[in-house]
Write a protein that binds this ligand. Sequence first.
Ligand SMILES: [Zn+2]
Length: 489
Amino acid sequence: MVALLAVAACASPRTTHQAQAPTKTGASPLQPSSTSAPTAASATPPDESSARVLREALLSSSRAFEFVRSLTDDVGPRLSGSLGSKAAVAWAERTLAEEGLARVHAEPVKVPHWERGEEHGTIVAPVWQPLALTALGGSVGTKPDGLEAEVFEVDSLEAIEKADPKAVKGKIVFYDVQTERTRDGSGYGRAVRVRAQAAVGAAKLGARGVVIRSIGTDESRMPHTGAMRYEDKVQRIPAAALATTDADMLHRLMARGLPVRLRMTLGAKILPDADGANVVGDVEGSGAADEIVLLGAHLDSWDLGRGALDDGAGCAIVIEAARQIAKLPKRPRRTVRVVLFANEENGLAGAKGYAAAHGAELAHHALAFEADLGAGRVYETRFLGPPAAVPAFHATAASLVSLGVAVSDEDAHGGSDLGPLVAAGVPVMDLRQEATSYFDVHHTANDTLERVARKEIDQAATAFALAALAAADGTTDFGRIPEEKRSRR
Ligand SMILES: [Zn+2]
């Protein structure tokens, strides 16, 4: 889910800053470096030997797979507010400290707390058909004896807006929208708005509930959950996702023109906000330690699977990258910071909390990366920053050529958790991962360790490590994102 929060944009790209009192997160302030903003031309290139050592270490002794195994077996599902999410924070603090990162600490944030409860669904007329369905994240529940109504089918958000309220009133609206399979996940990006807005669109016409075709590319009986949104002053109605094969069957039944009745029972509950935390750890820079290259991923996951791909793999990729950088004989000039964000799946409280807690430091965030698209290999990179920094981006991307990573001149997006940093002008670099089958298991009970291929995740960890090292070791200035490009597309 992508909700962007405007964070106070930083002033000029680089201001020398006064020594600060310890931040309320408890992290001791970083020692300021006395550098002026060098241009790309005068930048010192990253140390070749470090990059070589790093590449060999990662391709021969990566522990990325082991980190996913540990997070999914020793912690498991970790939805915000759940016991699993508390265990995940402890796991992350322990793991970052054991793997040689410094200043490891948890930064408290309040997170939404939603619980799924028991749930089931059935077509009750014209035939009796049990359904594979699951509540969307944030949905209200139904009464204990469920909600039964006739089904009204639409094939888009626009279609419900044009529908006759008389035909929709009192019904369960079925949104049958396909998710296109794409290498970069853009098909998901186009379809996911249905999940977010389905309930509001139907409730405005008096519907009593909604079911959507799962936002996924598989043909299976595994329903895909994911966050949805309500709107003030619009009735909150129960919302669920059907497995794609069940959506196909419902569509076929509807196509016969006979009235179809569906009953669903959702035990979902919206509880008071709970305590969560971002977990942060640094590989302290050897020269300009106050300058930060950020490696992000999100620690939370949905509750149906074990969050191996989403986002256990991302956590493992950035932990492994930092672990290997910390082991290098010579530490990079800038600080490499790992941030494992809380609550990416249903609220972005971690992303907002980090930007707020580190507001004064954002001017010194040189570049940010996020791994949040599974365990696939990195096949392409792109940048979002000022035109003057494009040569700096190319210099950084050059460290990835040996891994077969292409360079795109499209603007980068940065992951969801980097939204507040992008709004503050922090440049971002996307390392795009192979995601052609990612949305087969995304947000389902099938998101388990078996989906992670060692060779793939090791290549991805190597790419994140080499790019972070190149950015942290050089004196290149990546500047600030131009104002007009800071709002999320
Ligand atoms: Zn994710």
